[in-house]
Design a protein around this ligand. Structure first.
Ligand SMILES: Cc1ncc(COP(=O)(O)O)c(C=O)c1O
Length: 357
């Protein structure tokens, strides 16, 4: 039996998408084979791939002067590819708001001069430093930030205005609400939260910015080569791409990003309101930077964490353990997690508090 899955990633996928995939798994549309067994260069697969790409373009309103790439290597490979393509032996600016931006900075530092614009590390990343305090370089190749820090559960809800081209890691927030892509030179995201299964990474890059990329890198590391070959420089992750396409169709059928944003805000508000009204649970992130996708919370008495997680699992609420680096709990409530899951969670939390509070 399927249960409520609060995993941070790989994360819940809409049930109707899984059912449709199941119905097509052995044979895709009278082709005599599974989509997994099909050449990526076959006309059938090319159609699946280009429909998925177009649906993503429609959902996010991606302007024509952007490349939309379907790559592999996870968001983590982007931590290296970005500085290699755009800042090899140059300067780049990094805003430090949590574990993922720290990792991005560490990789960039190996090939570029990576400047820390501001950091909230001394406050355990419980907020995003105010833009007034940012110390931007005058000649940075780009400004990198993580729009939603999956582990700490903080977010910058508006794209910042920066002196250099803006790059956002949107792995855990993409497709959760409308954004204005034209404010960014590059957006990237690992798929395994709001897009589909792991193994796929989406990169959205402005042509003008792409034109500044290094041409001396091995082909597989050059965004321009991936763009020229329409993400088929080598065999792409065909099954993940196909399934991502189904998630995009599901989003479109359900009213697109405006509609899902309403649901996401209702879900997050109801969970934060519940936590804030209790003395038993707490969330450390300052209000204006609270993530709508990842909600970490602590129990008043951390000795009860194991019991909480065990009882939650018994109640059909899975994967609520906080990241190993910070402990406590975390509910990841991506697009495929419905309001009913939040209701089940808050109901359980209420009962747990009554019993142990
Ligand atoms: C914000 C963010 N960036 C990067 C990553 C790393 O992604 P991947 O595992 O796809 O390399 C994650 C993974 O959870 C993430 O949440």
């Amino acid at each position: 039996m399927r249960k409520w899955n609060f995993s941070a990633g790989p994360a819940a996928i809409p049930e109707s998408v899984l059912e449709e995939t199941q119905s097509e798994l052995l044979e895709w549309k009278n082709s005599g084979m599974s989509i997994m067994e099909m050449s990526h260069r076959s006309p059938e697969y090319m159609q699946v791939a280009s429909t998925a790409r177009q649906d993503l373009i429609d959902l996010l309103g991606i302007p024509k002067n952007y490349q939309v790439l379907f790559l592999q290597g996870g968001a983590t490979l982007q931590f290296s590819m970005i500085p290699m393509n755009f800042a090899l032996q140059h300067q780049a600016d990094y805003l430090l708001t949590g574990s993922w931006s720290k990792k991005a900075l560490a990789e960039a530092s190996k090939v570029a001069t990576a400047n820390i614009v501001a950091s909230s590390e001394t406050a355990n990343f419980n907020h995003v430093p105010d833009a007034d305090s940012w110390n931007e370089s005058s000649d940075a190749a780009y400004f990198h930030y993580v729009a939603n820090e999956t582990i700490q559960g903080n977010a910058l809800h508006q794209a910042p205005i920066t002196q250099s081209p803006l790059i956002a890691d949107m792995s855990s927030v993409i497709l959760s609400e409308p954004i204005d892509v034209s404010q960014f030179s590059m957006i990237y995201a690992g798929a395994q939260k709001n897009i589909g299964p792991a193994g796929l990474t989406i990169c959205i890059i402005k042509d003008e910015f792409l034109a500044t990329a290094s041409e001396s890198l091995p082909e597989m590391l050059q965004y321009a080569k991936h763009a020229e070959s329409e993400s088929m420089l080598n065999t792409p992750p065909t099954f993940s791409w196909y399934l991502a396409g189904k998630v995009f169709s599901w989003l479109k059928e359900n009213g697109g990003l405006e509609a899902i944003a309403k649901v996401n805000h209702a879900k997050a508000t109801s969970l934060y309101e519940f936590i804030d009204a209790s003395d038993f649970y707490s969330n450390p992130v300052i209000h204006e930077n609270r993530s709508i996708m990842n909600v970490p919370f602590l129990l008043r008495d951390s000795d009860m964490d194991a019991q909480f997680l065990n009882d939650a699992q018994q109640a059909g609420l899975l994967n609520l353990k906080g990241h190993r680096s910070i402990g406590g709990m975390r509910a990841s409530i991506y697009n495929a997690t419905p309001l009913a899951a939040i209701e089940a969670l808050t109901q359980f939390m209420r009962e747990f508090e009554l019993k142990h509070g």
